[in-house]
Design a protein around this ligand. Sequence first.
Ligand SMILES: *Cc1c(COP(=O)(O)O)cnc(C)c1O
Length: 400
Amino acid sequence: MDTAGILDLESRYLMTTYGRPGPALVRGQGAYAWDADGKEYLDFIAGLGVLALGHCHPAVVEAVCRQAGRMMHCSNLFHIESQAVLARELAEATGVSRAFFCNSGAEANEAAIKLARKYGGGAPALRAGAPAGRRYRVISALNSFHGRTLATLAATGQTAHQAGFEPMPEGFDHVPFNDLAALEAAVGPETCAVLLEPVQGEGGINPADPDYLAGVRRLCDRLGLILIFDEVQCGLGRTGKLLAAEHYGVRPDIVTLSKALGGGFPIGAALAAEKVAATFQPGDHASTFGGNPVACEAALAVLGVLRDGLVEHAARLGAYFRRGLEELAGRRRQVVQVRGLGLMLAAELDRPGQDVVDACANRGLLINCTARRVLRFLPPLIVGEEEVDRALSVLDEVLA
Ligand SMILES: *Cc1c(COP(=O)(O)O)cnc(C)c1O
């Protein structure tokens, strides 16, 4: 089917949840993708960070095909080897010891929120003099993004996404990002957890200030709060470290992962420290497809490639790309700021960015615009200097 045929079917049969100006991609290889009419694109959005190893990485393709031919699915009524092995690999790689597997970022955050609430229900009172009642409130940041299910939407600090779906589930408070005093002031006797993205993604690629997360860690320790990092977008090598939290020298009590974890195959995970994880008892939480053997084999393949030097490569290419973007910002006045960490980068414009995104796509470069004026770059971590140069030159032409 050509692009026109696909668009016609979509317009008649799909719910209109996505405003998608982009092409209909039908095939990918590494950092490149092709649309239904055969046009080639350099893919610098990589499935919004999902395709960390690029399209169709042979290790992921092999793992998925092998496991699909062996056992496509196994209920969590039974023991699953690849789930246990993946949990061990993640614990060893992140230092956060126990895993619950699910299928998406929102589900990983749902698991984290449920775990924090259950823990808060039984943990000792927050501070001397505080009522001994249940602690269930979660504080998150303005401009954050945690998912589209009702609880994760309530945690998301952007009222625009919530409009029309009220009432939101109760128990979520929001504070300005990178403001430790505001966070401390928002903590009440019913607060059980703080939920933050170390680098806000959808909110416009906003990294935490250097000292902020360590301050949050100390505050959580002092007040007995659980610290949850949502690393669904910034985790797994994206920022040039396996977890973005490593840039800040901070270890969370719970960390959520998803996008890049399966290299394109859907999987999510909530990892928790031993004492927190121990709160979940049989029957407390579950997912039919969570930890599916094909998904786990895909994730094991991804972790193997990440371990083989890809995280360091991402750090090096991130620095290279950033230098190029900064040079470009010096030439093109519309760019007001370049920011980000590793290969999670952004160029903020002084005007809406969708026209730039469309013009780039016309010239064969896929990027995305978030927070209206922020061009977001999430190239696959396997990207090379030549591809970065090519993306920069397209962007330069478009901004000229
Ligand atoms: C994408 C994203 C989510 C939601 O993930 P889904 O798989 O779409 O549910 C949650 N948190 C962050 C930081 C994300 O970038």
